[in-house]
Design a binder for this molecule. Structure first.
Ligand code: CUA
Length: 316
């Protein structure tokens, strides 16, 4: 049959809220467009040349009219501003209990990594009714992660982490797009989001056997790249221990001064790739850079490992 939906289905908690705002703004635009069009046409016809209408005493000003044309648009603009700002914050601040899925875009595919260990390309499996936060970066150029049914879209940038979150409200399969022209095969950088019942999702996670978790994979890489040699109990090389660091303020030597930065994903990634950029106070800038040696997906695993030891006591 005739299947040409103007709106994709509303499949996340924020979808209906965003559509309501969009329809309200569209309504305001349509109302004023029609109002002005009708007045322009009406006056043009009524005051056309040769039409015998009263043209004496044209009004020069009307205070009531001025008040109306200032107050009404101002009230409408402030309403739209307040409404959309509120919604923007709701749509970008993920709930604290959201499950994190890491996303790496690269020409021309999406790589998605679940914390439990399973990873996938161009497919994203998520549980119904639970908030999911996407932590995203790019291996090469700018991409854009877009799920129309969830009404979410966010640029995915090289050298930076951006995030999105959603809570699916409908089980089913939804489209996933790259919405930023990123080269020859941009158009095939698409995929499917599978929203599953929570029990099915749990089964899916362990379908291929229970492998190492993302953090365990990260620990393996941590040893493989010889990070552990210095950052874990070595007596010969003086390097900061990483237990309990994640999420805490870290003192950084900044010329003569010491400033504090939070040890978040961004800080850990930069410390691996640009180790001399932010050196922890009291340590020598001796760590080599791992730029071009560790890909974005592996960096995310190492970060997951460092996050997993956030509550562990420092060994020294
Ligand atoms: Cu990636 Cu377009």
């Amino acid at each position: 049959m005739w299947d040409f939906p103007l709106f994709p289905s509303q499949a996340s908690t924020n979808a209906a809220k965003l559509d309501a705002l969009m329809l309200f703004e569209l309504g305001v635009v349509v109302f004023f467009t029609l109002l002005i069009l009708v007045l322009v046409l009406g006056f043009a016809v009524r005051f056309r040349r040769g039409n015998p209408v009263d043209r004496s005493h044209p009004p020069t000003h009307s205070q009531a009219m001025e008040v109306v044309w200032i107050a009404v648009p101002m009230a409408l603009s402030l309403l739209m501003y307040g409404w959309s700002t509120r919604l923007f914050f709701d749509m970008y601040a993920a709930p604290a209990d959201a499950a994190q899925v890491d996303v790496v875009g690269k020409q021309w595919m999406w790589y998605l990594q679940h914390p439990q260990g399973r990873s996938e390309t161009n497919e994203l499996h998520v549980p119904l009714g639970r908030p999911v936060k996407l932590n995203m970066t790019s291996q090469d150029v700018i991409h854009s992660f877009f799920i129309p049914a969830f009404r979410i879209k966010q640029d995915v940038l090289p050298g930076r982490y951006t995030s999105l979150w959603f809570e699916p409200t409908k089980a089913g399969v939804f489209d996933l797009f790259c919405a930023e022209y990123c080269g020859t095969n941009h158009s095939i950088m698409i995929g499917k989001v599978h929203v599953m019942e929570p029990a099915d999702y749990e089964a899916w996670l362990s379908e291929k056997g229970v492998g190492p978790s993302q953090a365990e994979e990260g620990e393996r890489l941590f040893v493989q790249h010889h990070c552990a040699g210095c950052h874990r109990g070595s007596q010969t090389v003086h390097a900061p221990k990483l237990e309990g660091v994640y999420g805490k303020p870290v003192p950084i030597q900044d010329g003569e001064n010491v400033r504090f930065v939070t040890a978040d994903d961004r800080y850990i990634r930069d410390s691996i790739l640009i180790p001399k950029g932010e050196v922890v106070a009291g340590y020598e800038p001796i760590m080599p850079s791992f730029k071009d040696q560790i890909g974005e997906a592996d960096l995310l695993k190492i970060i997951a490992y460092i996050k997993s030891i956030a509550n562990r006591e420092t060994s020294q």
